[in-house]
Design a protein around this ligand. Structure first.
Ligand SMILES: [Zn+2]
Length: 289
């Protein structure tokens, strides 16, 4: 069983063929996906999609949309977390965090939304799914100040020292498409060298296409599409296995177990799709619908 711990199935990139995307994921053995919301206006949609496609979801306000969000959105998050307190498919608060890479963002505002959402997660007893970009130390500072019930530092790209600090605070680190590029030396070194209990897999679909789906800006300008999807997870997992010198089955087993440990409610979701049944499902009808 493969678990995609981070998949934006609600993104408009999937509007034309969402059903086929989910079927391909199932056929590939990816039977568990977590759909993190990025803005309050999407909370209902993400919850509905999780129900419709037998997935799990997380609720949060992404640092890249904080400049367009207002205080009322934090109230919406608080209300949605209360309303979902008994919903087993709601497994985390996310995607929240800090982005110190994209220029022109209001850092002080990002920080305020990050800390407020950490508090909401702590009060709800939910783990967090963190966006980390040139912001690992500031994120860690917030975690030390507010506390958190574990979670995932998604698309992790910090140093080994920072990685170990997240692990020491009970978080797992998410690895995905970036790890498939040979030039991503730092990320590949972390994926191969960190303890196996620290790693979870994710696609971040439709973003972060793996190396075999990557198209250059020039190719995209010429009409080429570079879309990631959850069916790519096993191949990304095979790259992790190769980097660590373990079997692909082993990588599926330990990353799946770590995802369940990071997001404990995942184990209680009343799945309609059993992993074994999904693996045996005929693939001849994949692509219809
Ligand atoms: Zn994301």
């Amino acid at each position: 069983m493969w678990i995609d711990t981070h998949c934006h199935l609600d993104a408009p990139e999937f509007d034309a063929d969402r059903v086929a995307v989910v079927r391909r994921a199932r056929a590939a053995g990816v039977t568990r996906c977590v759909l993190p919301a990025v803005r309050a206006a999407d909370f209902d949609r993400v919850r509905e999609l999780a129900q419709e496609f037998d997935a799990a979801y997380a609720l949060g306000i992404h640092p890249l949309v904080v400049d367009g969000a207002d205080e009322a959105d934090l109230d919406r998050l608080r209300d949605a977390l209360r309303a979902g307190a008994q919903d087993p498919r709601l497994v985390a608060v996310g995607e929240i965090g800090l982005d110190h890479f994209v220029p022109g963002l209001d850092r002080e505002r990002q920080q305020r939304f990050y800390l407020a959402q950490l508090k909401l997660a702590r009060d709800a007893g939910l783990p967090v799914i963190l966006h980390v970009r040139r912001s690992a130390d500031a994120l860690l500072h917030g975690l030390r100040r507010i506390g958190a019930s574990g979670g995932i530092a998604h698309a992790f790209n910090g140093s080994e020292v920072q990685a170990r600090q997240f692990i020491d605070r009970g978080l797992r680190l998410g690895f995905g498409g970036a790890m498939t590029f040979e030039r991503a030396r730092q990320i590949r070194a972390l994926a191969s060298g960190l303890p196996e209990t620290a790693l979870v897999l994710e696609t971040d679909a439709p973003d972060m296409p793996p190396q075999w789906l990557y198209r250059t800006a020039a190719e995209r300008a010429g009409g080429a599409v570079s879309r990631n999807e959850p069916a790519e997870l096993p191949r990304i997992g095979a790259v992790l296995a190769a980097l660590r010198g373990c079997s692909v089955d082993d990588a599926a087993r330990f990353t799946g177990a770590n995802a369940l440990a990071a997001l404990p409610r995942l184990a209680a979701v009343p799945w309609r799709t059993a992993p074994a049944a999904a693996a045996q499902a005929p693939t001849s009808d994949a692509g219809h619908g």
